[in-house]
Design a protein around this ligand. Structure first.
Ligand code: UD1
Length: 335
């Protein structure tokens, strides 16, 4: 049985990935410092899979704790989710973002190098493309100067991994996520935004639930189908399964290069107004919203060309926007 370390394994994408890993027969060890989640997620994972994953509360910024973990734990692969992810906050606190998102990454890679461990999967983001010149976005689209320290930490992270792969015979895959949404069908795990949600879907579901008064739609003067910005919303379970596919590729040595990166999206773009319509249909509730000005740093449109990921990872999405929104709404109602 292969043993896989999942950092940030109690977070939104991490917890769904742990469930899929356990369902596929992997032994999972989680590191999470609970900075953006709660320990009850561990019980929820146990309820869903019937198996309690090993768990360590470790702050990966503390090098000696990272060293100590690897001294006592041999793993066959690492899926590294643990990171800060709020774009606006990263502009306010760039150094904290670099310390956490880069520091932790370096410490883990150093341990993998020193202990000859292999198979590293990195949470990257479509934000590395900025506003791409061509849509849909292929992996050949150039990486553009990041708009925020958060985005930059993903770009630098990919570079650090690429250079480490070259120097230390490490094999790694970066998955460039589009917009992950939704919740597990059991409705036992989902997104747990702390405070006022910054992302569209949790704001939509909280508005429908009456927690927020109204949703602000940021801009209706974009050159898109209805003037609102377009994104590629992917069900988090489909995204989780992409990690299993990437891990299998590394474990079976099917990778073509030491360092590879893939776009993980659905291939379909949806505007904010289209999302609102789909949500109203899925939930049977009408949503209170108003159009306001554009949000700084937002791009017009981003959706993935999934051809390469579908072929190379032997993976494709199984759920559509309606299913993802319905699960997000069920999750919200259950909170
Ligand atoms: C953002 C980040 C991305 C990050 C992701 C996850 C940018 C440019 N991108 O994606 O790097 O990985 O969050 O944290 O910041 N919207 C509204 N009203 C709202 C909230 C959002 O109209 O209250 C709109 C936005 O303008 C956007 C779309 O909904 O057009 C999606 O927004 P959001 O969920 O925040 O994701 P991104 O901005 O695409």
């Amino acid at each position: 049985m292969k043993r896989i370390l999942v950092t940030g394994g109690l977070g939104f994408i991490g917890s769904h990935t742990v469930v899929e890993l356990q369902n596929e027969g992997f032994e999972v060890v989680i590191i999470d410092d609970l900075s953006n989640t709660t320990i009850s997620v561990l019980d929820s994972i146990t309820e869903i899979t019937g198996k309690k994953p090993e768990y360590h509360n470790i702050d990966l910024r503390v090098k000696k704790d990272v060293v100590q973990f690897f001294e006592h734990n041999k793993v066959d692969g690492v899926i590294h989710f643990a990171a800060f992810k709020a774009v606006g906050e990263s502009v306010q606190n760039p150094l904290d973002y670099y310390e956490n998102n880069i520091g932790s990454l370096v410490y883990i890679l150093q341990e993998m190098r020193d202990r000859k461990l292999d198979n590293f999967i990195f949470s990257s983001s479509c934000t590395v493309y900025g506003q791409a010149d061509e849509l849909p976005i292929t992996e050949n689209a150039p990486v553009k100067k990041a708009e925020s320290p958060y985005g930059n930490s993903k770009q630098i992270g990919e570079e650090i991994i690429q250079e480490s792969c070259k120097a230390h015979q490490l094999n790694a895959i970066a998955l460039r996520y589009f917009n992950p949404i939704g919740a597990h069908e059991s409705i036992k795990i989902g997104e747990l935004p702390l405070g006022v949600p910054q992302n569209l879907i949790p704001f939509v579901t909280q508005t429908a639930a009456g927690i927020r008064k109204e949703l602000s739609v940021f801009g209706d003067d974009y050159p898109t189908v209805d003037g609102t910005a377009v994104r590629d919303y992917i069900h988090v379970v489909d995204l989780a399964k992409a990690h299993i596919a990437a891990l299998q590729r590394l474990l079976h040595k099917n990778n073509k290069q030491n360092f590879e990166f893939f776009n993980v999206g659905t291939g379909t773009g949806s505007s904010v107004l289209e999302v609102i319509k789909a949500f109203e249909k899925a939930s049977g509730k009408s949503l209170n919203y108003k159009i306001v000005g554009r949000r700084e740093g937002d791009i017009t449109a981003a959706y993935a060309d999934t051809t390469i990921a579908n072929r190379e990872l032997n993976w494709k999405t199984e759920k559509n926007l309606d299913e993802a929104l319905a699960s997000a709404w069920k999750w919200q109602q259950q909170q």
